[in-house]
Every structure is written in C-alpha cells, then in structure tokens.
Design a protein around this ligand. Structure first.
Ligand code: NDP
Length: 262
C-alpha cells in the first residue's frame, strides 16, 4: 500500500477513521470523505501525514450528481486512484411493522445507491489505468437477516449481488473487489442508527460496546486487501453466523428468532 492512493468514505468516525490511521501507517496517501468536514480534519491530523499526502473531501453519499466532480478533484490532486474503501453507512433499529417506508429509502440511498454511484464514477479511471481495488464494508448482516434491521440487512445483501457481478466483470482488466463483513465493532454506529420514525436511535448498543476495537478491524481489513481476498469476515463469534447460514440454515434461523432484537 506504500505510496498508493486510498480513498475512504465514512472516514470521519469508527471503522473508516481506523482505516485512515492504518493506511497512513502503511504508507498510503489518503482521500478522506464523509459529511462532517471538522471530523475529517481531525482524522487527517491524527494520521500524521503531511498536508500534501492527505485530501479532505467532504461529500454526501446521497448526492449522486456531485460524485463525478469529486472523482475529478481526487484525480487533479493525485493523478490516480488505487483503492476505494466504500465504507460510509448507516444502520437501523426498528421492526418491519413499525418502520416508516421512507426509512428504507434513506438507508438504500446511503448504503447501496451511493456506493453504486461512486463505483460507477471511479470505474472508468481504474479501467484506464489497468488497476484498482474496491474494498466494500458490508456486514455479517449482508449475509443473514436479524431483527430490527430489515432495511440495513437488505442494503448490505444488495452490495454482495452488485459487487460479485462487478468482480467477475473486471477480473480480466486486473481490478479487484474485497467484500468486508464485520461483526460487532466498537464504533458509534448505533448512535446514528435510524429508528422506526427515521430519527436517531441515539444509544450505544451493548453488542457494539463489547465489540472488536476499530484499530484491530482496520488491520484485518488491510491484511485481507493486500492478499486480494474476495471476502473477509472480521469480528467475534457472531461471524460464525455466516457459516451457519451456509451449512446449517435451520439452526441459524432458530437462534435468530430467539434472540432479543437490540
Ligand atoms: P460510524 O457511525 O462510526 O461511521 C459511519 C460513517 O459513515 C461516518 O464516517 C459517517 O460520517 C459516514 N456517513 C454516514 N452517512 C453518510 C452520508 N450520507 N454521506 C457520507 N458519509 C456518510 O459507524 P461504523 O464505523 O461502524 O460504520 C462504518 C461501516 O461499517 C458502515 O458501512 C457499517 O454498516 C459497517 N459495519 C459496522 C459494524 C459495527 O459493528 N460497527 C458492523 C458491520 C458493518 P458523517 O456522519 O460525517 O457523514
């Protein structure tokens, strides 16, 4: 990753922030994106990179029309894009019966359509340069469905379909896709989760509180990326759910229906 250009979305917090620190440690030059510019500047300072090696580029993943101009800004600054860490995302707490329809649209706009739009904006440049790597933060919830997260699970499942297809299409061109499925990681994600009304859940959930440190998660993600892994599962025992889904789906379904829905 030394001297490579790595663009991280969702870099203002949590896993994205930890990825910024880890990638800087590995010698990458960074583009940091999310909505909150002040938090991006804090993360840029924390990387210790000289100003020439880090670009703070605030953006909203739902502003699809603006993404091609952001890609041009990165190219004007660094001349190429080696990695795009598609990590920005938002989760949900609310049953299907309670949740307003608009919450589903909001989650899909950020977690799925925004990611598709950014991928399509970057892809022509990676194809022209004959290299490039999309690293996509999905979730264990991209492989199975859990209570109170129907829209979130759907958005992450959708990413797998899209990027499995893309991986097959771009293989010959020398481009890569790594799907990352974290379990519980200790970040503020549940604070920003949308509740059934589309308001902020505003609570740090126990599972995240007890989860893996973001720095360890970022290290494991970067190790998987350097090995060109197609898919990586990062977290504790909850990642076993992915194997249960594949090999013993009935057992998994029993476990999931008996769990509380925090
Ligand atoms: P955080 O809430 O800490 O980070 C989410 C990031 O996404 C923030 O930087 C936020 O920045 C950014 N973001 C949210 N909405 C938008 C938007 N509309 N446009 C641009 N950026 C946006 O949570 P995590 O670090 O945990 O989440 C990172 C990824 O990891 C997500 O995709 C999440 O689904 C996934 N994940 C997390 C797990 C966990 O247990 N923590 C488990 C499995 C997957 P800002 O508000 O400044 O825009």
């Amino acid at each position: 990753m030394n001297q490579k250009i790595a663009w991280i979305t969702g870099a203002s917090s949590g896993i994205g922030e930890a990825l910024a620190l880890e990638l800087a440690r590995r010698g990458a030059k960074l583009v940091l994106s999310a909505r909150r510019e002040d938090e991006l500047r804090r993360v840029a300072d924390a990387t210790g990179l000289p100003p020439a090696d880090v670009l703070v580029l605030p953006l909203d993943m739902t502003d699809e029309a603006a993404l091609p101009a952001h890609v041009q800004t990165v190219l004007d600054r660094f001349g190429r894009i080696d990695y795009v860490f598609q990590n920005a995302g938002i989760t949900q707490r609310g049953t299907v019966a309670e949740t307003k329809f608009d919450v589903y649209r909001q989650i899909m706009e950020i977690n799925y359509f925004g990611v598709v739009a950014l991928t399509k904006a970057v892809l022509p440049h990676m194809l022209a340069q004959g290299s490039g790597h999309f690293v996509v933060t999905s979730s264990v919830a991209g492989k199975l469905g859990t209570k109170q997260r129907s829209g979130y699970c759907a958005s992450k499942h959708a990413l797998h379909g899209f990027f499995d297809a893309l991986r097959a299409e771009i293989h010959e061109a020398g481009l890569h896709v790594t799907m990352v499925c974290p379990g519980y990681i200790k970040t503020p994600i549940s604070l920003h989760a949308l509740n059934a009304e589309g308001e902020k859940h505003g609570r740090m959930d126990t599972n995240q509180q007890k989860g893996m440190e973001p720095a360890e998660c970022a290290r494991k993600i970067c190790n998987a990326v350097t090995r060109n892994r197609d898919e990586v599962y990062v977290g504790g025992v909850e990642t076993m759910g992915i194997y249960l889904k594949r090999f013993l789906p009935g057992v998994l379904n029993r476990i999931l229906r008996n769990r509380p829905g925090e």
